[in-house]
Every structure is written in structure tokens, then in C-alpha cells.
Design a binder for this molecule. Structure first.
Ligand SMILES: Nc1ncnc2c1ncn2[C@@H]1O[C@H](COP(=O)(O)OP(=O)(O)OP(=O)(O)O)[C@@H](O)[C@H]1O
Ligand SMILES: [Mg+2]
Length: 400
């Protein structure tokens, strides 16, 4: 593979994770076209150029590829017309980590079926439903086969907990169905109902699949995280785990990433697991940097964005240097705001040593929208979490 620089990258999705990725790519002089469905998205702020399109429109993606002739198409979100990525890859464009990986992870049903049925990975029990009636049937009307209550209902296409709810009673199911429909992306009306897993903790295992001529699969130390409303609140690293549990998670991550990326596919994945006692239960994966991995911006020399970029470009990753216990905590909007909100309290947040703040500069806000993140390093994980959360709390948003 040609590893000369610079290369041209077409980034599909331009959120805060994309922005950090673009910063890394720009440091190596790459040219980046940042794409999203709205103008002024975080990655657009730092890219060479940008485009606003509906990424579920295959023809619009094709036009951009024709116009910019990118070396790599790098998906940053799930909601993309991935059939188009399959076509582009077949015609010779490199899709990261592979068009098949993007296609299989676009919807929850394909990747879950592959993980549980084809690979036999342990997962929460699950079923899919295409109507409210079917949802009721698979959760409570199927005898021993039923998922049972409580259960978690999610649209098959959504992220950051959108459209996700926990149903505890039969009456909740109809509400969950409506909520899923309201929060879904894409055009497939379908939900997954999952057994509610009473896990002790959950982790993301960042897994780096390198180009075959560069090296094998690498793993970052496990990242523990906490979610609310199915959405990311805070993460920390390293999450305490037994060596046996880490090995189990790594084995599963390698199997599924090898399967979906194929022999030549390369890039970083966020593989999510629930930990319950000594059990390691596969949950889902992103074929790209993961929001919980923002902690890697302070925990180590090569962040998840650097690792993704090196894997894509076929550059070596001889070692990752860890800097000690680290944490990150999100800064969320508390209410809707038409314009870009102002941030207050950053000076107060930065008074504590070891704290860093990232503000995403999104052009508008809505309640619970992710607007920034506080990062911290400290002597222990408990202390790092405390410091990151205090820093995140110190930053307040003011609407316009
Ligand atoms: N079956 C389950 N049992 C218990 N908790 C669950 C279950 N499924 C999801 N959750 C909780 O909800 C969170 C979000 O779920 P999941 O990762 O499937 O959704 P998501 O919207 O794709 O998230 P993201 O795209 O932000 O990673 C999980 O991290 C976990 O905390
Ligand atoms: Mg998730």
C-alpha cells in the first residue's frame, strides 16, 4: 500500500469525534472534506473544506466522491447510505474500516445477528419487532422464548440512546414503541428488544486493526463508562478488570472485527461489553472512534483518533504510552437554544491541575445535546472521575 503523504480523506459525519480526527489528520498534512447534514458542524471547523448533504442519499455521496477523488472515505456516524459505500468500495475507493463493517453496523439487527448467531458471542437475549403488536408478542407473548420484562427497546437505527427506553410493564411497551419511532434514524421501522442486563459495569475496548503489512490487532486498555438515558455521561481508564476478563473481551473483539473488516480492512473500533461477575457480554461496536474513548485524549500519547488515523494510513504503532488514571465527563446542554450557546465557567474548571476542556462549538443546542467534555488525570481513577465531573459541572451554557 502507498503510505506517502498527504492523502485526501472524505469524512462522512462531522461531530466532535470527527473534529479530533481531522485535527490529527491535519497534523500529518492530509486534506479533509468534512460532510454532515448541517453547516458549521464541529469537524467542519477544522477541515479544508466541507459539504452539507443528506448522508442517506447515495447519489449525493457519489457526487462528492467524484468531485474530490478521496483516498479514503471515513464514516463518522452510522446513518449513512451504506449500500453506496459497498458500491464505491467495489469500484476501488477505500472505505474505512471496510464498506461491509459500515454496512453491518448501520443497523443493530445485522450486527447483533452476526455476533450472536454466526459468531456465538454471549449477548443479552434479544428479538426484533416491526410493529407494536409484534413487540408485545416477542417480549411477553412467546412463552419461554419471550424476552420478558424489564427489557430495553431501541430503534434498529439510532445512536446516543435516541429512541431507547426501558419497558418494565406491559403498558410501557406501547410507549416504548412510540418513543423508538420518534427517535429512530433512517427509514426502517424496526426495534430490537433486549433482556435488561443487570451488569456490574460496562466497558469499551478500543481495538485497532492495522493494515496486514503493518501489523496485527492492538488493544487499548479497557475504558469503563457510565450512561444515563442510554447516553454517555463519563468514562475512565484503566477500568479494573481481571486478566482473564480482559483476554475474553480481546478475543471477542478480535473475532468480530476480523469478520466485519475482512483481511485488508483497517481502523479503530469501539467494542462495548457488559461485565457481570466473571461474565463478559458483548453489547455492540462502532467501526470508528467511540465517544467513551475521548478519555484517550489525556490518558495516553496516541489518542483513539491518532490510532484510527495511523491504522488508516498504514503507519506503524510501535507502542502506546499511558499516562496514568484518567477520566472524562460530558458537558451537556440543559435546554434548547437556536443559536450557538456561550460557555461560562471554563476558567474555574481549569484551575485544577490535570484538567483539560474541549468545547464543541456546535451551532445550536437542545436539551442533553453533547456540547463539550472535561478531561482529567489524577493519582487514582476515583479522583480523576471526581475532578473531571467537577470541571464539567463548572462549565455552564447560556442560550442566545
Ligand atoms: N440490554 C441492556 N441491558 C442493560 N443496559 C443496556 C442494555 N442495552 C443498552 N443498555 C444501556 O444503554 C446504553 C446505550 O446502549 P447502546 O450502546 O446499545 O446504544 P447506542 O444508542 O448505540 O449508544 P452509542 O451509539 O452512544 O454507543 C448502554 O451503554 C447501556 O448502558
Ligand atoms: Mg453504545
Amino acid at each position: 500500500m502507498d503510505d506517502s503523504l498527504p492523502r485526501t480523506i472524505l469524512l462522512l459525519g462531522s461531530g466532535e469525534l470527527g473534529r479530533e480526527f481531522v485535527i490529527c489528520a491535519k497534523r500529518l498534512g492530509c486534506r479533509v472534506i468534512a460532510v454532515d447534514r448541517y453547516a458549521g458542524a464541529p469537524a467542519m471547523q477544522v477541515a479544508d473544506t466541507s459539504a452539507v448533504i443528506d448522508m442517506l442519499d447515495g447519489a449525493a455521496i457519489r457526487r462528492l466522491v467524484r468531485a474530490h477523488a478521496p483516498d479514503f472515505v471515513v464514516p463518522e456516524i452510522e446513518a449513512i447510505r451504506t449500500e453506496e459505500l459497498l458500491r464505491l468500495e467495489a469500484a476501488g475507493t477505500s472505505v474505512i474500516p471496510s464498506a461491509r463493517a459500515a454496512h453491518l453496523t448501520m443497523n443493530r439487527d445485522a450486527i447483533r445477528s452476526l455476533a450472536a448467531e454466526e459468531l456465538g458471542l454471549p449477548t443479552a437475549r434479544y428479538a426484533f419487532a416491526d410493529s407494536s403488536k409484534e413487540l408485545e408478542r416477542v417480549v411477553i407473548g412467546n412463552g419461554k422464548q419471550s424476552i420478558g420484562l424489564p427489557c430495553v427497546i431501541k430503534p434498529i437505527m439510532s445512536s446516543s440512546g435516541k429512541g431507547q427506553s426501558i419497558a418494565r410493564t406491559k403498558a410501557d411497551l406501547a410507549r416504548s414503541w412510540k418513543w423508538a419511532l420518534a427517535g429512530m434514524r433512517g427509514d426502517t421501522i424496526r426495534v430490537i428488544a433486549e433482556e435488561f442486563v443487570r451488569f456490574d459495569s460496562e466497558i469499551t475496548l478500543l481495538t485497532v486493526k492495522q493494515r496486514p503489512h503493518v501489523g496485527g490487532t492492538l488493544f487499548v486498555r479497557p475504558i469503563g463508562h457510565r450512561q444515563e438515558r442510554g447516553d454517555y455521561q463519563e468514562s475512565w481508564m484503566p477500568h479494573p478488570m481481571t486478566a482473564a476478563a480482559i483476554r475474553q473481551a480481546q478475543r471477542m473483539a478480535k473475532r468480530i472485527t476480523d469478520r466485519i473488516a475482512g483481511a485488508d480492512g483497517a481502523g479503530l473500533f469501539g467494542v462495548e461489553f457488559f461485565l457481570r461477575g466473571s461474565e463478559v457480554i458483548f453489547s455492540e461496536l462502532s467501526p470508528r472512534p467511540h465517544v467513551t474513548g475521548m478519555v484517550t485524549m489525556v490518558s495516553q500519547d496516541l489518542s483513539e483518533f491518532d490510532l484510527h488515523l495511523r491504522a488508516i494510513l498504514g503507519l506503524p504503532i510501535p507502542r502506546i504510552d499511558y499516562r496514568g488514571p484518567s477520566a472524562s465527563a460530558v458537558i451537556l446542554a440543559q435546554r434548547d437554544s437556536q443559536g450557538a450557546p456561550r460557555y461560562r465557567g471554563v476558567a474555574a474548571a481549569l484551575k485544577t491541575a490535570g484538567v483539560e476542556i474541549r468545547l464543541f462549538g456546535k451551532p445550536s443546542a437542545h436539551t442533553h445535546r453533547r456540547m463539550g467534555v472535561a478531561l482529567a488525570r489524577a493519582g487514582s481513577i476515583a479522583r480523576a472521575r471526581q475532578v473531571a465531573q467537577a470541571a464539567a459541572r463548572a462549565v455552564r451554557l447560556e442560550g442566545t
